[in-house]
Write a protein that binds this ligand. Structure first.
Ligand SMILES: CCCCCCCC/C=C\CCCCCCCC(=O)N[C@@H](CCCCN)C(=O)O
Ligand SMILES: [Zn+2]
Ligand SMILES: [Zn+2]
Length: 524
């Protein structure tokens, strides 16, 4: 996926300024009425008790030796080139080496009596951590070990060097997603060394082919658990972050927990027409007909679905972070929704959150310069908004192309993932939210979002309804671009914080249900 965080900020900056001027008059007229509502924007959040009933909490304090060891373990993981080029071509030697590395740096994970380790489909790892209270429904921490390719060209340091420079560890996988694979195991390893025994059972699963499908890793692990009758309370995977400096008008970082992800369709379009000698061309060729068809697709945006997915909740919950008058505008979408959605269209990321997108990614035709080819083919990669389905989108596409000479072949497709709950009782969501508040006090608000890319957690939809995508990592637009891009890196401090987050989250999960809120005054 192409992450363009900077474009978000840039596009929204222009839009936000235009909006501020354009609606000022309307806003002032409404202000007297609306100020009353504005006064109810997020005030001090009520404190809630999370933790381990009947057991003392283990403080997230790590020695210098532990901090050094965790850093070196990540560097070594980055040096192992677990590249997935395609479903058929994954560096399996490196995956085996990665498994050996895990055994070396996390020995307690492989030797503790209440932890079972299994290898699934030769390279994926599944840890079952048996908690002391079987009444608590288990959960899962999920990540993947495979990475997308990276060539040495244009990187400041070789992508598989794991080099440390200016407080950062560089390399492919430092953000996507070896940081998570290592941090999850690291946090649990540190807890085990402090004699921690969980109350709630949980699973840790590391897939080996997320970047090419997850069909052999995550899908097989999910099938194995289903065959054992396992149901999971929630699962946490990659695909949401702490967004730093992403939206013009919001200075403080905010956290996005993706509660859904878009569907996907790879669609081949084909045109067959009469071949022949290029010296006596026909009026139209297969190439020309197909090029016109896919150009129409590119030029015709799919419908704007603002208000039918999570993006509306996201904006409403972010509203209080904007200054006046934008806070009024963004929290009154019942009147300003159409204008706001037009603004959001201006940036690539927020546009992708609001509508199905169509990207033209492959085009094949012709074999020789003086031969008119009989066939032209193009493949488009479509990401489907959570409120639409594969057949609906296919229908819209055929209407846009509107040419009977074009044939359609769906290469593969799946519908968007259902929305996972994010209400006050949603245990997984509230657990994340609470732990974010504890570990990232600078975060102003936690909001639900939709993941525009696909993640391994989608394969678990038949054993859990609580699928959450959140990496406890603070991303700037610049670092967002480095995922699948150049100079991917993580600061050592960010990695330590990620380990600390998981260390806290695992302990916070040892509670039966979302605690009753206590008033802030009472807690103080
Ligand atoms: C108003 C601005 C707020 C921005 C909020 C952004 C929230 C985060 C949303 C999306 C993050 C995208 C990163 C997700 C990781 C994607 C992983 C990936 O690349 N997956 C591949 C899987 C390919 C499988 C083979 N078909 C993909 O989607 O292509
Ligand atoms: Zn990933
Ligand atoms: Zn990726």
């Amino acid at each position: 996926m192409d992450h363009r965080g900077a474009a978000v900020k840039e596009g929204l900056s222009v839009g936000v300024r235009a909006l501020a001027m354009g609606v000022m008059g309307t806003v002032l007229a409404l202000v007297a009425v609306l100020l009353l509502r504005a006064a109810t924007f997020p005030g001090p959040e009520e404190l809630q008790r999370w933790g381990r009933p009947g057991a003392s909490r283990i403080p997230a304090q790590f020695s210098e030796a532990e901090l050094t060891a965790m850093k070196e373990a990540l560097k070594e993981a980055i040096r192992i080139p677990t590249v997935a080029f395609s479903s058929e071509n994954i560096n399996t030697t490196a995956l085996t080496e990665f498994g050996e590395h895990l055994r070396k740096v996390f020995p307690s994970m492989f030797s503790t009596s209440f932890i079972q380790h299994e290898i699934v489909e030769e390279y994926s790892h599944l840890f079952t951590i048996r908690g002391s209270n079987p009444k608590l429904e288990p959960y899962m921490l999920l990540s993947h070990m495979d990475v997308v390719p990276a060539s040495d060209d244009d990187w400041e340091v070789p992508p598989f060097s794991g080099l440390e420079r200016d407080g950062f560890i560089y390399g492919r996988g430092t953000l996507d997603n070896k940081n998570s694979a290592m941090a999850i195991l690291q946090a649990m390893e540190l807890l085990l060394r402090r004699n921690y025994v969980p109350q709630r059972s949980f699973y840790i699963s590391l897939g080996h082919d997320e970047e090419v499908s997850g069909k052999h890793g995550a899908q097989k692990v999910a099938a194995l658990l289903k065959s054992r009758g396992v149901r999971l309370s929630f699962i946490i995977d990659e695909g949401g972050y702490i967004m730093n400096d992403f939206l013009a008008g919001i200075k403080k970082p905010f956290a996005v927990i993706s509660v859904s992800e878009k569907g996907s369709m790879n669609l081949k379009l084909q045109v067959d027409s009469t071949p022949g000698h290029s010296s006596i061309p026909l009026k139209e060729t297969s190439i020309g007909i197909l090029a016109a068809a896919i150009s129409r697709l590119e030029q015709t945006p799919m419908p704007n679905m603002f208000g039918y997915g999570t993006e509306k909740s996201m904006i409403e919950q972010l509203a209080g972070q904007f200054g006046f008058p934008l806070n009024i505008v963004f929290s009154n979408l019942w009147i300003f929704g159409p204008i706001v959605s037009r603004i959001l269209e201006k940036s690539r990321v927020s546009n992708a959150m609001m509508r199905t997108t169509v990207a033209l990614t492959m085009f094949n035709a012709g074999i020789k310069v003086n031969v008119i080819p009989p066939t032209a083919q193009a493949t488009v990669n479509i990401r489907i908004h959570p409120s639409q389905t594969v057949p609906e989108v296919l229908d819209i596409i055929q209407n846009i192309v509107a040419d009977d000479r074009v044939q359609y072949h769906v290469l593969n497709a799946f519908n968007p993932l259902p929305l996972s709950p994010y209400d006050q009782e949603a245990f997984g969501y509230q657990l994340l939210r609470r732990t974010i508040r504890d570990v990232f006090p600078e975060v102003s608000v936690v909001v639900p979002g939709v993941c525009v890319g696909n993640t391994d957690v989608r394969h678990y939809a038949n054993i859990s309804t609580g699928l959450y995508r959140f990496n406890p990592v603070s991303l700037s637009p610049e670092s967002f671009k480095s995922v699948h891009g150049l100079n991917e890196r993580i600061s050592i401090q960010a990695y330590e914080t990620q380990v600390m987050f998981l260390f806290e989250l695992i302990q916070n999960a040892d509670i039966e249900k979302v605690p009753e809120p206590h008033s802030a005054v009472h807690e103080l």
